[in-house]
Ligand binder design. Structure first.
Ligand SMILES: Nc1ncnc2c1ncn2[C@@H]1O[C@H](COP(=O)(O)OP(=O)(O)OP(=O)(O)O)[C@@H](O)[C@H]1O
Ligand SMILES: [Mg+2]
Length: 270
């Protein structure tokens, strides 16, 4: 099976969905077969991909976790080529009902392994993808733990704030505990700084702090050199429901995300 990469942290609004969307876009333009999975009940990634979540016939990640009904075949679950110009990019949509899944699976045996098992059960189908990119919400929910457990790499995302560093550090501590119980190797492979504003002195002070302070050594050792700037084209591209690499290939945002992808290849995360 291709590599499974999940974006996570315990702070909201830092750019997890944005990176999942745009890295998925760039990889698919590099002729890789990519599946993006919306594991967040907010469904932001699904919206970004231009999918109508109110369609009652839509299969979503919820159908993987809903233990009261048989799991759908991947052929039913996957939305093929939701973005016309990206024929290598498929998706599994997200659903508000994921909060119900959380309650339903809370006390079943193997509750953290539902996603891994589903991918393994249908390995022949999922083998067609070079990469499976999963978006999560900022929590250590069981649904999220399923994604973290299935992953070859977890990438932590932070904006330029102490709360976001703390969110990443808390994530590292909680996942360390959970993954040891689950006998999973250490799979946190990176820490990405997003939303850097070069006009703001605080942003450069923050970066300096990250690169030197002793109490952030855990995230520093994971940190990517590439820093993603705040760039309005990134927000605009989401509204246009296409990744930045289609919306504005020459924007600073696109340059930085492409450099991040290069660094991910160098580090053998991709
Ligand atoms: N570098 C950036 N430049 C401009 N806008 C950005 C940048 N990064 C993220 N945004 C915008 O900030 C908002 C929050 O980003 P995003 O939805 O990716 O965060 P998130 O971590 O997924 O949030 P949540 O935890 O709620 O899922 C979005 O509207 C996104 O377009
Ligand atoms: Mg999100």
């Amino acid at each position: 099976m291709g590599k499974i990469i999940t974006f996570g942290t315990l702070k909201g609004g830092v750019g997890k969905t944005m990176l999942c969307f745009n890295i998925g876009g760039i990889l698919s333009q590099l002729e890789r077969r990519v599946l993006v999975v919306d594991g967040d009940l907010q469904g932001n990634l699904t919206n970004n991909m231009g999918i109508d979540r109110t369609n009652p016939d839509l299969f979503t990640t919820y159908d993987i976790y809903n233990i009261e009904t048989p799991q759908p075949a991947p052929q039913q679950l996957i939305l093929q080529k939701p973005i016309d110009r990206l024929p290598n990019l498929d998706m599994i949509a997200g659903s508000i009902f994921l909060h119900k899944a959380e309650l339903k699976i809370a006390s079943v045996a193997g509750r953290e392994q539902i996603l891994s098992n589903y991918l393994r059960d249908h390995q022949e189908f999922f083998d067609q993808y070079d990469y499976i990119l999963i978006d999560t919400n900022p929590s250590m929910s069981i649904v999220n733990q399923n994604a973290f457990l299935a992953s070859d790499a977890i990438l932590l995302v932070s904006d330029v704030s102490m709360n976001a560093i703390e969110g990443a550090q808390l994530f590292i501590a909680l996942w360390e505990d959970a993954r040891r119980r689950l006998r999973k190797e250490d799979n946190i492979k990176g820490f990405i700084v997003n939303d850097f504003d070069s006009r703001n002195r605080l942003s450069s002070d923050f970066l300096e702090y990250l690169r030197t302070a002793q109490d952030v050594e855990d995230v520093r050792s994971l940190m990517f050199h590439t820093v993603i700037p705040r760039n309005i084209k990134i927000t605009e591209s989401e509204l246009a429901a296409v990744p930045i690499s289609i919306y504005d290939l020459r924007s600073k945002g696109c340059d930085a995300i492409a450099a991040l992808v290069d660094e991910m290849f160098e580090r053998e995360i991709l």
